[in-house]
Ligand binder design. Structure first.
Ligand code: KIV
Ligand code: NA
Length: 277
């Protein structure tokens, strides 16, 4: 099958085909997700929470995203690899923004970058697209602004905020963004925005009318414990699988059942005779 490009995604929207996107942070996971048919792999700054164990995404650095993007892009054969621009990196001088996005593509191997923010970022998006860097927008809940918002809460519940979100989405589209993530937005609002855009919307907690969906790998695979967002669906229980495997290992090591004959290399008696002290 052919590689997914930003053009593929635009065509998919036109044809009414849904886009499947998921986060990935390392090589083995990226390989499996690519093989499973994911159209887009996102090296999300959610890695700060699900991989690094922080409580927000604010502490994730550009070096962190470059490091993980390298691994993911080695594992992706067909999927489009999108890397998150971490906290503040889209808000510095024009030169620094381009340098940061350029590192995600040149050092990391990403095909595109994702930026949290609305119409105020339109000039930045335009500049990146001119430089050959495809940009995915991100509206609704923008987790990098968690300290400004006061929590991870649903956005776009009022008429004004829904209209502002639509205006932001249109501004990003006109600036050249190829898609926009809508995070934690009521289904009605996300559907309304989706119908008014030429570029695809990718929802997370934004209902079924978006052109595509994205989930965090660790959440969907049941790798995370503790708080699980309402919009997540667990398609597997990796935590249980790993716990049970690790418990068996501990038991077999402590009882002496592991390693067994199958995992052991022996010398022939005559070889051992030569070596035995
Ligand atoms: O970092 C991330 O995982 C994201 C998705 C939730 C869209 O930005
Ligand atoms: Na993110």
């Amino acid at each position: 099958e052919q590689k997914t490009t930003v053009q593929t995604l635009l065509k998919m929207k036109k044809a009414g085909k849904r886009i499947a996107m998921m986060t990935a942070y390392d090589y083995p996971t990226a390989r499996l997700l690519d093989e499973a048919g994911l159209h887009v792999l996102l090296v999300g700054d959610s890695l700060g929470m699900v991989v690094q164990g922080h409580t927000t995404t604010v502490t994730v650095t550009l070096d962190d995203i470059v490091y993980h993007t390298k691994m993911v892009s080695r594992g992706a054969q067909r999927a489009l690899v999108v890397a998150d621009m971490p906290f503040l990196t889209a808000h510095l001088s024009e030169t620094e923004v381009i340098r940061a996005a350029g590192r995600l593509m040149q050092d990391g191997g990403a095909h595109a970058v994702k930026i949290e923010g609305g119409s105020h970022l339109a000039p930045v998006v335009n500049r990146l697209v001119e430089a050959g860097i495809p940009v995915m927008g991100h509206l609704g809940l923008m987790p990098q602004s968690v300290h400004a918002i006061g929590g991870f809460t649903v956005q776009g519940r009022t008429r004004e905020s829904a209209q502002r979100m639509l205006a932001d989405a249109i501004a990003l589209q006109e600036a050249g963004a190829f898609a926009v993530v809508l995070e934690m937005v009521p289904a009605e609002v996300a559907g309304y925005i989706t119908k008014r855009l030429r570029i695809p919307t990718i929802g997370i907690g934004a209902g079924p009318q978006c052109d595509g969906q994205v989930l965090v790998f660790h959440d969907m695979a049941g790798f995370t414990d503790g708080y699980i967002p309402k919009h997540n669906k667990r398609y597997a229980n990796l935590a249980e699988t790993i716990l049970s495997a690790a418990r068996s290992y501990v038991e077999e090591v402590t009882s002496g059942a592991f390693p067994g004959e199958a995992q052991t290399v022996h010398l022939k008696p005559e070889e051992w005779k030569d070596l035995e002290p």
